[in-house]
Design a protein around this ligand. Structure first.
Ligand code: ZN
Length: 440
């Protein structure tokens, strides 16, 4: 990871990029957010950053409201620490809320379609702090002026787990008038870290003892804890442990985290990508002239989970997954081509190639990488591939449009489970379920 600590953003210097004190349980820990290496590079760490989003015609929240918000955030931080058995909690990127005077009057934000108010406000904040959705090191806790038109909400910016920043949206008046502010904050932070509702795993929302359910007795009252506080169910802890940018110390331990007799859902289920309004989408365009067979799509090689290349005793095709893999057509000259367009210029130094499925079917035997310069595709590197899962180094190259060519073996077909892109040691556009989950 790149660990330059020169502050990029003067506005943030005083707030977030200088070391700030974070009370994680009993011991005080000094946390620090490093400057983003570039607009396309995900942050090393993600911290929670409180913002009062004040519409241009509204007045600033009071000092008392600011103090209440920080008290709630520290309490939520402590609750996460306890719910994770003291192993970890999130870090706070500021010791007081940031007052952001928004560009538009309240009527503008209120008039936005449901689901588009948060994206518009997040983009405004990203512009203000000179960040992008790709490098944002914050889970913004955004307190807006009014919340009548929509309930509180939370989500990741780029979907999945460990893909960067996130957001929580709540109303400033709720600080004073909603006795359940704290339990709602814990729940929405869960979404902002990548958690889904418990019913997505098949559990009853009204009775499951998860913070990600809606069990009434879990509600806090002001600054008073519920008599029967919520917990995290094993699926929640497993998902949080995959979000290393927020929970760097948390490891999921099935022996301790899964009670006897509990049937753990086989895979994490993740949230989708936040839509863009004025900014580029979190999307990579992948096209091919080499065919898409067996229900697969070339686009599956990016931003989908990368499944293992595991033989299956039940039959040779049982580990084929058309939802996350790409199967080429028969290749007359033995080469398949993928055209890949990123939403912004990226600099790559390493590519991960995951070809073949079930340990035997359609590995790639060589790769050629081309990058667009001055409107033309220029060769960058060509290499033999000796393994189905292999890193390929390339000279540091920047481009928006790339082409990847893969040489098939005797089968004359290519099967790709995924491509990965690295700038130095940081993976760009990582899969929504981190590779490590599927790796072994
Ligand atoms: Zn929810």
């Amino acid at each position: 990871m790149e660990t330059r600590t020169i502050p990029l953003l003067s506005k943030l210097v005083a707030l977030a990029l200088l070391p700030v004190c974070v009370c994680a349980a009993a011991d005080q820990v000094v946390e620090k957010v490093d400057r983003p290496a570039a607009s396309f590079v995900p942050p090393d760490r993600v911290v929670v950053f409180p913002v009062f989003f004040v519409a241009s015609d509204q007045t600033r929240p009071s000092k008392e409201q600011a103090a209440k918000l920080m008290r709630h955030l520290r309490w939520a931080q402590q609750w996460y620490h306890e719910a994770l058995s003291g192993r970890d909690t999130f870090a706070l990127g500021a010791d007081r809320p940031y007052y952001y005077q928004a560009k538009q009057p309240l009527a503008h934000y209120s008039s936005l379609a449901p689901g588009m108010r948060a994206p518009e406000q997040v983009e405004e904040l990203l512009d203000h702090f000179e960040l992008t959705r790709f490098n944002c090191p914050f889970v913004f806790v955004i307190l807006v002026d009014r919340l009548q038109e929509r309930p509180a909400g939370g989500r990741t910016i780029n979907g999945g787990l460990n893909t960067g920043g996130g957001l929580v949206q709540m109303g400033t008046p709720q600080l004073d008038h909603d006795p359940g502010f704290q339990s709602t904050l814990r729940h929405e932070l869960g979404h902002a870290f990548g958690l889904v509702h418990s019913d997505v795993y098949g559990y009853d929302l009204k009775t499951t003892p998860s913070m990600m359910a809606y069990h009434e007795p879990f509600k806090t009252k002001g600054f008073e804890e519920s008599a029967t506080p919520a917990q995290f169910i094993p699926e929640d802890i497993r998902a949080l442990a995959l979000n290393h940018r927020v929970f760097g110390k948390l490891r999921f331990d099935p022996a301790k985290d899964v009670p006897a007799g509990y049937t753990l859902a086989p895979r994490p289920i993740v949230l989708g990508v936040m839509p863009a309004v004025h900014h580029p989408d979190y999307a990579i365009k992948v096209t091919t002239t080499s065919g898409e067979l067996l229900g697969s799509r070339a686009a599956n090689v990016v931003l989908t989970p990368i499944r293992p290349n595991r033989p299956d005793h039940r039959g040779p095709r049982r580990n084929y997954d058309p939802g996350s893999m790409w199967a080429s057509a028969n290749l007359p000259d033995g080469w398949a081509t993928l055209d890949v367009q990123f939403p912004l210029e990226v600099t790559l130094t390493r590519i991960g190639v995951h070809s073949q499925h079930s340990g035997t079917v359609n590995a790639a035997h060589a790769i050629g990488i081309l990058a667009e310069k001055d409107g033309k595709l220029k060769p960058v590197v060509a290499r033999k591939l000796t393994s189905a899962d292999q890193w390929v180094q390339l000279p540091k190259t920047s481009a928006t449009r790339w082409q990847f060519r893969f040489q098939a073996g005797p089968s004359r077909k290519i099967l790709l489970r995924g491509l990965r892109f690295c700038y130095n040691n940081t993976e760009l556009f990582p899969p929504p379920i981190p590779y490590e989950f599927d790796a072994d």
